[in-house]
Design a protein around this ligand. Sequence first.
Ligand SMILES: Cc1cc2nc3c(=O)[nH]c(=O)nc-3n(C[C@H](O)[C@H](O)[C@H](O)COP(=O)(O)OP(=O)(O)OC[C@H]3O[C@@H](n4cnc5c(N)ncnc54)[C@H](O)[C@@H]3O)c2cc1C
Length: 384
Amino acid sequence: MRYHIGIAGAGFAGAVLARELAETGKYRITIFDERNHVGGNCHTKRDEETGIMVHQYGPHIFHTNREDVWEYVNQWGRFEPFVNRIKAETEKGIFNLPINLMTINQLFQKKFRPKEARDFIGSVGDSSIKDPKNLEEYALKFFGKEIYSTFIEGYTRKKWGVSPRELPAGLLQRLTVRFNYDDGYYDHQYQGIPVSGYTEIIKRILDHHDIEVRIGQRLDPERKRDFDHTFWCGPMDGFFNFKLGRLGYRTLHFERFIEDGDFQGNSIINFCEEDVPYLRISEYKHFMPWEEHEKSVCFKEYARPCEANDVPYFPTRLNQDIELLERYMDMCESEDKITFIGRLGTYRYLDMHAVIGESLDLAKVCQQKEIHEWPKFSADPMEA
Ligand SMILES: Cc1cc2nc3c(=O)[nH]c(=O)nc-3n(C[C@H](O)[C@H](O)[C@H](O)COP(=O)(O)OP(=O)(O)OC[C@H]3O[C@@H](n4cnc5c(N)ncnc54)[C@H](O)[C@@H]3O)c2cc1C
């Protein structure tokens, strides 16, 4: 018997899983996306006026240490190597991000070598903070007041809409400080951008005789009964019609503008001062330096609280969200024939490589188990 599988969401999470299941020949898959395109938040499209490839929901750079994930995406399209080098505009000037030896030497007007810089940053940290309880305390303890106020404080307030004292320390644990001149934003071994865009890759992944793609169509939770099993890449709270309230998210909106030639000389510039209303400007021609374009298309990116009709971008995961998440997870556990996957289904911030890796791993688990034993989540939503 061939099982009929329903998937809500045609981003990377849903598409990779659909393909892996289809390849076994045991399933017929119908995948829905309520948007009028596949690709989810990684959707790419050429700008009509300039011809430049734009990432419609914010700039996406592929990066991973997982060789199998890198090989997987490369079989669907050609990637050009791309190392993201971000600049930060601050009240004290323009600096490299992540914070590296150049940033430290410029900010403090020093000529430190790596060990000296490490010792110096250790000495400016606030040693009276023993066990940092929030993001501000973490930053003051490990980086000191100058770095915190120049790079972190204003940007964090704009991005999350609350004082850094209200945010968990864990949010900063991903912040890299390098004591060398490496200015690549990501540490990962494999980094690149697909030449024909992410949407083209996802279209190819979904191009299989056992996969039916329905774009512009929402899969309603009650339609779960139409399928032998459903994979839900939509918001976890949305599946239950927000019965217990809404999990917190921040959303983004983008302001497009066109310039001649080169507007800012770099793919991304972050604006760290709180009184600059936007977070960053992305200039898309710099993500594809192998192409030539006379004009340039840029986007200012603004963050704000996510309302009912907004696209949920970044899960806030504040204490009250985690309490609510626990209650929704209990509800998920009591549902049958469904697995919650991807960034929205598990209420976590996940990069593309993580989502793809989880879907590849989940497909293997599904092969080893009977359909009624398939897990409720692609990974533990509590572990972000
Ligand atoms: C601003 C920003 C920048 C980012 N930059 C990077 C980066 O540089 N590198 C990187 O690796 N990652 C980046 N990411 C993360 C990346 O976007 C995610 O990893 C990826 O989108 C997750 O894929 P997904 O399939 O889980 O979710 P999504 O891409 O969000 O796809 C979910 C899809 O489900 C659809 N859907 C929801 N509910 C339903 C329903 N009931 N019926 C039908 N359809 C439904 C939605 O319309 C959506 O299209 C970035 C994210 C953001 C917000």
